[in-house]
Design a protein around this ligand. Structure first.
Ligand code: AOF
Ligand code: ZN
Length: 366
């Protein structure tokens, strides 16, 4: 068992090489081992490329008959993107692999245990659950897309030590340090979309762009900019340079002529508490927004938290007190400690003068 974990850890390291290149597919690593010797390695290199198991088999210079395959996700038993990705189970059976060690059963309904059954039906010994949690955590985005059918939601805020997003007059620039803002730029660059609410749009006129150290808009891909704004309005003078703009609304709105063309208006249902987040998220997923960074507003954070529609939270806590002001979240509806909302895998680190806290939603997959 111990030795299985050692090889699986190496397979997980290989999987990580696909970081940022394979979305929305999973990062997967594989290792072929015989008599304690690694015969070949493989990983999923980029979206649409051959799968990790197929890559390891292709990289194996000797006949892998009787060897063990370590793989961080259950091998697929379906035909994927065209002829490049026939089922990995078939290739494993054909190669004469006698044992397969798997970290995580694939949550994809087209696989979901089917790969394991097929291997066992062909007399291959299969062990699952070796470093399962590590594999699930590595593929948090993939797990969320498949299991919850929505984008991975990362809530990010800068708050005062006494928990306020802004002072009572609404001012919030600049609560956090320059170092924290650089980290936010990194988060933005790793997102497909950045979302905020009407309050923030009108108060801060945020650009929601990825910018370099000199505050110039970075060349290359810019994340989409998404606003929850039931009346579908954009403030006068809001600058438009940056990623695509999507405004979710639920009222007929008069759209100013000059901005009509490069802004997408997306109607969704809503009620007195706001727009329906499940509708917004499902629509964003259809638009290939897989990683969503939410830069609230209090109301926006409240509604993601109340609905349990979030995965990760990063709070930059600045060494300042505001006494009173706009709280981090509005309308979370926790009336007693018993119904508190808990985070897991909490870490803290210094970011300039601030402390960055990072945690994940308690209810995770394994
Ligand atoms: C990957 N890489 O190494 C493995 C995957 O889009 P396709 O055709 O490549 O198929 C994607 C599915 O294949 C994915 O959702 C998962 O179920 C399975 N395994 N996918 O992208 C890999 N092993
Ligand atoms: Zn496969």
């Amino acid at each position: 068992m111990q030795i299985d974990e050692v090889f699986m850890r190496e397979a997980l390291e290989l999987a990580k090489r696909g970081w940022d290149k394979v979305f929305p597919n999973p990062m997967v690593g594989a290792l072929i081992v015989r008599d304690g010797e690694v015969l070949a390695k493989g990983w999923h290199e980029r979206y649409g490329a051959i799968h990790a198991e197929a890559a390891a088999l292709a990289n194996c210079l000797c006949d892998p008959i009787g060897a063990t395959l370590f793989v961080t996700l259950e091998p697929c038993c379906h035909s994927g993107k065209g002829k490049h990705n026939p089922p990995c189970t078939d290739a494993i059976i054909r190669a004469g692999i006698s044992r397969v060690v798997i970290a995580r059963v694939d949550p994809n309904p087209s696989v979901a245990g089917g790969g394991i059954s097929k291997l066992r039906d062909h007399g291959i010994s299969v062990l699952t659950g070796v470093l399962e949690e590590e594999s699930a955590r590595l593929n948090r985005v993939y797990e969320t897309l498949i299991r919850e059918e929505r984008p991975y939601v990362h809530l990010k805020a800068a708050i005062s030590l006494d928990g306020f997003l802004a002072a009572s007059d609404g001012t919030s620039k600049w609560i956090s340090s320059a170092e924290s803002r650089d980290t936010v730029m990194h988060f933005r660059s790793q997102s497909d979309g950045i979302l905020t609410g009407r309050g923030t749009l009108f108060t801060d006129l945020p650009s929601l762009t990825v910018r370099d150290g000199e505050n110039k808009i970075s060349p290359g891909r810019q994340p989409a900019r998404i606003f929850l704004n039931s009346r579908g309005k954009i403030p006068e003078g809001w600058q438009k340079e940056g990623g695509q703009v999507h405004i979710y609304h639920n009222q007929c709105c008069l759209i100013p002529e000059n901005i009509k063309s490069d802004v997408h208006f997306c109607p969704v249902p809503g009620d007195s508490k706001g727009l329906s987040l499940p509708h917004v998220l499902s629509d964003l997923r259809k638009k290939n927004i897989h990683r969503l960074l939410v830069e609230g507003g209090s109301k926006t954070f409240g509604s993601f938290l109340r609905n349990g529609l979030w995965d990760r939270m990063t709070l930059f806590v600045a060494p300042i007190l505001l006494g009173e002001g706009i709280p981090f979240s509005d309308g979370l509806e926790v009336s007693t400690v018993a119904s508190k909302l808990k985070l897991r895998d909490m870490t803290s680190s210094r970011c300039g003068n601030d402390v960055m806290f990072n945690g994940y939603r308690e209810a995770l997959t394994c």
